[in-house]
Design a protein around this ligand. Structure first.
Ligand SMILES: O=C(O)CCC(=O)C(=O)O
Length: 292
């Protein structure tokens, strides 16, 4: 359970970090599972349904940038999503009925972990209401220099979806030169010991810098929605939707709220992952920043 103060902070800032959600034993098991995935990536030479690869990836030096939808690939990810401590926090924020929207494991190796440009998750997956958040399970200690998630507090309360298009197509990122209403210097880093979790609102503006350090940073992102938030896109079947319930009961009565929306259509030139989508972005914040 969250304290009232933590809940108020989440409502005001749209982001909180909670320590000690997962114990060392499950993190060790998770690291072993990840190591097996990395071992198998040696057979892979280009992005596929499981792996998003760093440009430097080779069979000798496997550099995996992301494991896609890990909840579809190994039961440990459901064990984590449904763990008692995590579900009690999710219930405090989203109510009793919570569905997994999606998952991804972002992997930043020492000196080669890629940046993610500023964006709102909401721009990727609009729903009938915005009681949705992403949990960031810190598999390694996350510090200021190994590429933490960076969040702009309070931006989830601004009644707007920023433009994530370029040249008429979705590109999964905001042009930092076209956002005079945002002060990126106010970004807060979500840091914490391994086993801590960050929780960020689906409309919060956030990004992530490169890992310039010699420490690894693996972050498991679990996208969680109130069960009555129904996706406006990529809907498959009721059975599939209901199979992703984390806790509580599913519903066929979506709750429609007056929320700003902008569809991620037409789709990105490079599909597959946010890293691929964002390759189209001309004005880059993190690369430009690294170059100065
Ligand atoms: O890896 C991170 O720090 C977060 C990246 C992110 O926001 C995303 O993958 O949507």
């Amino acid at each position: 359970m969250l304290t009232d103060t933590q809940l108020q902070t989440y409502r005001k800032d749209g982001v909180i970090v909670v320590e000690n959600v997962f114990d060392p034993a499950i993190l060790d098991r998770l690291r072993e599972v990840i190591a097996e995935f990395v071992e198998r990536s040696k057979e892979v030479t280009s992005h596929d349904d499981v792996y998003d690869l760093e440009p430097s990836h080779t069979p000798e030096h496997p550099h995996v940038r992301r494991i896609k939808t890990p909840h579809k690939l190994h039961p440990i990810f459901w064990e984590i999503a449904k763990s008692a401590k995590l579900t009690s926090i999710l219930r405090s924020i989203l109510g009793p009925n919570v569905r997994l929207h999606g998952s991804k494991l972002n992997m930043k190796l020492p000196h080669c972990g890629a940046a993610v440009e500023w964006h709102q998750d909401w721009a990727f997956y609009p729903h009938t209401n915005d009681d949705i958040l992403a949990v960031g399970v810190m598999i390694d200690d996350v510090e200021a220099d190994n590429g933490p998630l960076l969040a702009l507090p309070g931006t989830h309360r601004i009644d707007k979806v920023w433009n994530h298009h370029q040249d008429g197509r979705f590109c999964g990122a905001m042009d930092p030169t076209a956002t005079p209403d945002l002060d990126f210097s106010k970004a807060a880093a979500c840091t914490g010991k391994a086993g801590s979790c960050s929780f960020h609102h689906v409309r919060l503006v956030h990004g992530s810098s490169k890992n310039e350090s010699d420490k690894r940073r693996h972050l498991l992102l679990l996208e969680c929605a109130a069960a009555d938030a129904w996706p406006l896109l990529r809907f498959t079947t009721l059975e599939e939707l209901d199979s992703r319930m984390i806790c509580g009961e599913p519903t066929i009565e979506p709750r429609a709220e007056k929320v700003p929306m902008r569809m991620p259509l037409p789709g990105a030139l490079a599909e597959g992952s946010i890293y691929e989508n964002q390759t189209a972005l001309r004005n880059r914040f993190f690369e430009a920043k690294a170059a100065t």
